[in-house]
Design a protein around this ligand. Structure first.
Ligand code: PMP
Length: 432
């Protein structure tokens, strides 16, 4: 399959060789490196992408969830054009755009106050800084397999995602000694023990669905228990909803009745532009009020860039409205159920929630996956990679690691076609 891939994609290969001349490994976003070389995309339109060699794919990558709206959403494009013409890109001043988006974010995700950043990584770093500021403490409890951003990965043990042997540790720019890692997600008794034993605890930071670990939902009781444990230690409970805020009208935390102290946001809200935000309770967010003596500085040239601000508001108020959100995630649930149906009895199984879906090839496809350790222990990377190459050949652009983030505009018939392709793959490889 790999040889056919190389033969079918000679222009992507040539482009990769060019890129190697100025980017380490030809890459500026490690996740996008795949062995033997990554496909270079030339264009995206709606739910489709085209590569340099002219192949058309149904986009199931969905920019790892940030591409929820698809590639050329007319309302997003109109907002960008209007903002460019009427406002300009950056005024070196506060603008009405950021206030309008902030009001929308506060109402939608039930936050008292919010601040903008350029990425989800920054949102989490600033949320942690706020927690430290208000508690006067330093340490943070996180969960094994968690991904909270480029420098906040615990651990980044997703080695082999690229189809290479190279391990992928995260750069050590935060002090790892400040983080206490609970060694299993979804194990409440263990989480309680670790949180209770942690000293100098400023925050507990958790994803309600562990995304990069393989799209593994946290149980409602588990998450509520973690929140209670954090509260009884006087630590700030931070819910990383960078990926999951798309899963329910007011975010997954609200859906699960969690009511966190702080929420971090990002991805699709920027409509494809760089975006992040963090917000929550007044007492905590006051840490950033510049009128308060001794408050924290939160800087960033592009925090309030007019394009992301105006697009963010369009996305939440006009496109991804609560109704659309409910319908879309319901469609994702049905899609996953159908996939699970055709894969029953095979080594392929599915996790996830709503419009985010994790595919897992494991030794025993029937065993439940509730944490990253389950994935690591049982994963059949050989099958996963074969699946990837064959899906590409069938016209499906999908992450090598097997995460699907659905795009709003994807036609139902295309999802049918994918279910059929999965069925055919499993029939073709009955022996696996
Ligand atoms: N938190 C979670 C849960 C994420 O999935 C991501 C991105 N994959 C981030 C934070 C970081 O966001 P960004 O890539 O915008 O820095």
């Amino acid at each position: 399959a790999e040889e056919r891939f190389a033969a079918n994609n000679t222009l992507s290969k040539a482009q990769h060789e060019l890129a190697i001349g100025s980017l380490p490994g030809g890459n500026t976003r490690t996740l996008l490196h795949t062995s033997p070389f990554p496909l270079c995309m030339k264009q995206g339109k709606g739910a489709y992408v085209w590569d340099l060699d002219g192949h058309k794919y149904l986009d199931l990558v969905g920019e790892l969830s940030a591409g929820l709206l698809g590639h050329t959403h007319p309302q997003v494009q109109a907002t960008i054009r209007r903002t460019l013409e009427e406002t300009g890109v950056s005024l070196g001043a506060t603008t009405q755009h950021e206030q309008a988006l902030a009001a929308e974010l506060c109402a939608r995700f039930r936050l008292a106050r919010v601040r903008m950043t350029n990425s989800g990584t920054e949102a989490n770093l600033h949320a942690l800084a706020a927690a430290r500021h208000v508690t006067g403490r330093r340490r943070v409890v996180v969960f094994s397999g968690a991904y909270h951003g480029a420098v906040l990965s615990f651990p980044n043990d997703h080695a082999g995602d690229a189809g290479d042997a190279a391990p992928a540790p995260a750069p050590n720019t935060v002090d790892r000694a400040d983080f206490v890692v609970v060694p299993r997600y979804n194990d409440l008794a263990l989480a309680r023990r670790v949180i209770e034993a942690a000293d100098d605890l400023a925050a507990v930071l958790v994803e309600p669905v562990q995304g990069a670990a393989g799209c593994i939902p946290g149980g409602r009781e588990f998450l509520a228990g973690v929140r209670e444990a954090a509260r009884s230690k006087g630590a700030v409970f931070i819910l990383d909803e960078v990926k999951t805020s798309r899963l329910a009208p007011h975010g997954l935390g609200a859906e699960l009745g969690l009511g966190p102290d702080l929420v971090t946001l990002g991805k699709y809200i920027g409509g494809g532009l760089a975006f992040g935000a963090f917000g929550g309770r007044e007492e905590v967010m006051r840490a950033y009020d510049p009128r308060v003596r001794g408050s924290l500085a939160h800087s960033g040239t592009f925090n309030n860039n007019t394009l992301a601000m105006s697009v963010g508001r369009t996305v939440l108020a006009d496109v991804y409205t609560p109704d659309v959100c409910v319908r879309f995630n319901h469609k994702g649930d049905r899609f996953r159920e159908r996939l699970a149906e055709v894969a029953r009895g095979s080594r392929l199984s599915f996790t996830g929630r709503g419009s985010l879906i994790g595919l897992h090839f494991t030794e025993d496809g029937t065993e439940e996956i509730t944490c990253r350790e389950d994935v690591n222990r049982k994963q059949r990377t050989d099958l996963r990679d074969l699946f990837w190459f064959e899906m590409l050949e069938a016209g499906f652009w999908i992450t090598r690691r097997g995460v699907i983030a659905l795009i709003l505009e994807t036609p139902d018939e295309e999802l049918d076609r994918f279910v059929e392709a999965v069925k055919n793959f499993l029939e073709r490889h009955r022996d696996i």
